[in-house]
Design a protein around this ligand. Structure first.
Ligand SMILES: Nc1ncnc2c1ncn2[C@@H]1O[C@H](COP(=O)(O)OP(=O)(O)OP(=O)(O)O)[C@@H](O)[C@H]1O
Length: 713
């Protein structure tokens, strides 16, 4: 504040000193007569002998900071001192951007840990860890091998000199899209990112848009970011090419941006239904020269692509191994504890892999920290994402042991029914009414965050799950928890049917993805036992046949998605099967596969782990001739860990590994593959750089008595 008031002092002095003697005299005279702010005027006698400094002091004392500048501009205009008025306005405007930056820095400086209590905050920079982000060309989003890109280069022009105006930032659930959006806001405000490029950056949260007023202007979206409603919006809008809008969580939007062309608006100050306002911004009928970043989960990408033109896509892939370690150090803030936790996780391949997703990393660190504090053994681990969420659930509930198991179970059921109700209706924010309807008490719901929203002039208190993925977890739990005769959820029967849930997932493949994945995970025998033992909640496996039946539906029967989308879908199915970790179930589900086409695609490590697990259980593939895997193209086969994950694919008779970046060290792996996979008849390793030593190693395998290879290319 002090900084600001001293800045205003300087501005006024500068403006008054620039007047000629005559002009200054006229200014004081006019000032003593004008009633600019409806506050009356400064007494003539006080102004008569005042010099520039005295006059400035009188202005500041009488009108106060910002208003003093307004009055001065007004008086300049009345005296036709247009240049002086324009200069002062311009200087003040620059000043506003300074004020705005300060405000944004304060707003984004701290983050709340998902389970933090009141006042427990960490600073963004002390926790933020670099994420791997890769650039993708518009037409080949899923197919081309991508190169990494920094946040600073998101708008850098491409090889043919084109600068993208819209950048879509894709990423799976919990991979760090919101965190990245906040980091961009903070770094921009701190002058460390896009300093010359953007004068203003605005953050638009789709979750809040869903909840907010139904009608609004672009100007309102801007004002929502500003410290108060007096922001000079018109001036801000003068240079649209200097504006950046970050639209966070497109996948959460309840409406479509695919509005008819004719309905779109061109005036940022025109009030329209929110879907029109946002569509107009994204489709560039308004503020044509402005820049936009849109974050979304990949599941909503098709929907987004339908309404975007000429855009750059970048995907957040999570933490590299080194960054995972860095995260642990940042999280624990204690060298020894961080090292202990990290070493433990590194020993467990699955946990370590899972930590590439920041939210999983956060959950694992949180659970380990609690275990360490309680002096417990760190051996309690899990290798599926559902398992990790359950660990977190248990660890949070353990801290609340004062509540009886019965109370906890009842609370959990309420939470699950609230979550499912929300998922069903694509609702993320809940009012107190909703909470009560599901038999919950706000005071003892550990998994809900309280959000304050300004709705018109009233403040409204609403609740959301600590992260969307937790809502998805609890929604899945809703479908598998054994129900008693008279529980609250019986009143919300419309959503009770798991077949309907799966049917809807088939249709949209969108917002239900993680819920369905958790559904499979919860049906794992171990998980069911844990739920019973730790929370006295019984999970019923009776929906298993429904899940199996659903898996047998071909994607084509469900909707007409393009090839890439089909593959994502199939991959998703493998993730579901990985979660359940039950061999007999997985084998029955995969019985239908005799051939698998996995086009060039950037698989994540988790994709590979899931694929590998499923292919091991794919009986028919082993005896059939048609398995060609084109997918390894995109995989860097550089680390032992990666190679272990890849080679179980080669169960089939024919395996194609051409152009897979295989190097000399891979020769050894290929050799052991040949000696351990007697089914392998054909191997294509063309367009790789195995070198002499790699080929020598390979020859060792070819000579092995178990090798039945007949064709090598
Ligand atoms: N770069 C990062 N550094 C440190 N922690 C991170 C980072 N990114 C994400 N996290 C952690 O992971 C959590 C989830 O991240 P975030 O909310 O950004 O995910 P998201 O991609 O927006 O997920 P969703 O699609 O489900 O909304 C954060 O609350 C934070 O704890």
């Amino acid at each position: 504040m002090e900084k600001r008031s001293s800045r205003i002092n300087d501005l006024l002095i500068h403006a008054l000193n620039n007047l000629s003697q005559e002009e200054f005299k006229g200014f004081k005279d006019k000032l003593s007569h004008s009633d600019s702010e409806g506050k009356g005027n400064i007494a003539r006698g006080r102004l008569e002998n005042a010099d520039a400094i005295d006059t400035k002091n009188l202005l500041m004392a009488f009108y106060g900071g910002d208003a003093a500048v307004d009055v001065t501009i007004d008086v300049f205009n009345q005296l036709s001192l247009r240049e002086a008025a324009a200069n002062l306005r311009e200087e003040r405007e620059t000043d506003y951007s300074v004020k705005y930056r300060e405000h944004i820095q304060n707003k984004y400086r701290v983050i709340k840990d998902l389970n933090s209590r009141l006042g427990e905050n960490v600073t963004l920079n002390s926790r933020y860890t670099k994420l791997i982000i890769v650039k993708k060309q518009h037409e080949e989003i899923m197919t081309k091998r991508a190169s990494s890109i920094s946040l600073g280069n998101l708008f850098k022009c491409d090889e043919d000199g084109q600068t993208p105006q819209i950048v879509v930032l894709l990423g799976a659930a919990g991979i760090g899209k919101t965190m990245t959006a906040r980091k961009i806001m903070f770094d921009w405000a701190a002058g460390e990112l896009y300093k010359e490029r953007f004068d203003y950056a605005f953050y638009i949260n789709c979750r809040e848009v869903n909840f907010g007023s139904e009608q609004g202007r672009i100007a309102d979206l801007i004002l929502k970011n500003c410290p108060n409603k007096n922001a000079p919006v018109e001036e801000i809008l003068i240079n649209p090419e200097k504006l950046l809008f970050i639209i966070d969580g497109f996948d959460e939007l309840r409406f479509s941006l695919d509005q008819p062309e004719d309905n779109l608006c061109s005036d940022p100050c025109e009030k329209q239904p929110m879907e029109i306002t946002l569509s107009s911004l994204v489709r560039k009928t308004v503020l044509l020269e402005s820049y936009v970043i849109i974050t979304t989960r990949p599941t909503a990408l098709e929907k987004l692509r339908q309404c975007l033109e000429c855009t750059r896509y970048a995907e957040i892939l999570g933490f590299s191994a080194a960054e995972r370690e860095e995260y642990f150090h940042k999280f624990f803030g204690n060298e020894e504890k961080a090292r202990k936790a990290f070493n433990f996780v590194k020993e467990n391949e699955m946990l370590f892999t899972m930590c590439f997703v920041p939210i999983a990393c956060w959950i694992i660190c949180t659970v380990l920290k609690q275990q360490m504090e309680a002096g417990e053994d760190l051996a309690q681990t899990s290798k599926t994402i559902t398992g990790v969420y359950m660990l977190y659930l248990f660890s949070l509930l353990k801290g609340h042991s004062s509540n009886s198991k019965k109370h906890t179970a009842a609370n959990l059921k309420g939470l699950c029914s609230l979550a499912a109700d929300g998922i069903w209706r694509q609702k993320i924010l809940f009012g107190e009414e909703d909470i009560k309807k599901h038999g919950l008490h706000i005071s003892d719901s550990l998994f809900l965050n309280e959000n304050m929203f300004q709705k018109d002039i009233d403040c409204e208190c609403v609740y959301s799950f600590i992260h969307l993925s937790f809502q998805e977890f609890f929604a899945a739990l809703f479908y598998v928890l054994e129900k008693e005769e008279t529980t609250v959820e019986d009143s919300v029967t419309a959503m009770n049917n798991v077949k309907k849930l799966l049917e809807n997932y088939g249709k949209s493949r969108n917002y239900l993805m993680l819920t369905v994945r958790f559904l499979f995970g919860l049906l794992n025998e171990e998980r069911m036992k844990d739920m019973k033992k730790k929370l006295s909640c019984k999970i019923s496996p009776k929906i298993k046949p429904d899940l199996l039946q659903w898996l047998f539906l071909e994607p084509d029967e469900m909707s007409s998605f393009k090839r890439n989308a089909e593959m994502i879908y199939q991959l998703e199915e493998f993730h579901c099967l990985y979660e359940i970790q039950e061999e007999s179930f997985v084998q029955s589900a995969l019985n239908r596969f005799t051939e698998l086409y996995l086009a060039e695609y950037n698989f994540t490590k988790m994709d590979l782990v899931a694929l590998s697990f499923c292919l091991k259980n794919c009986r028919k593939l082993e005896t059939n001739l048609n398995f060609h895997l084109h997918a390894l193209h995109a995989l860097p086969l550089r680390h032992q860990r990666d190679r272990d994950a890849h080679f179980p694919f080669c169960l089939s008779v024919s395996c194609r590994l051409s152009n897979c970046h295989l190097t000399a060290v891979c020769g050894g792996d290929l050799s052991s593959l040949l000696s351990t996979k007697p089914t392998l008849m054909e191997l294509d390793i063309g367009e790789n750089n195995l070198g002499d030593s790699g080929v020598q190693l390979l020859c060792g395998g070819l000579k092995h008595p178990h090798s039945k290879l007949q064709k090598l290319r």
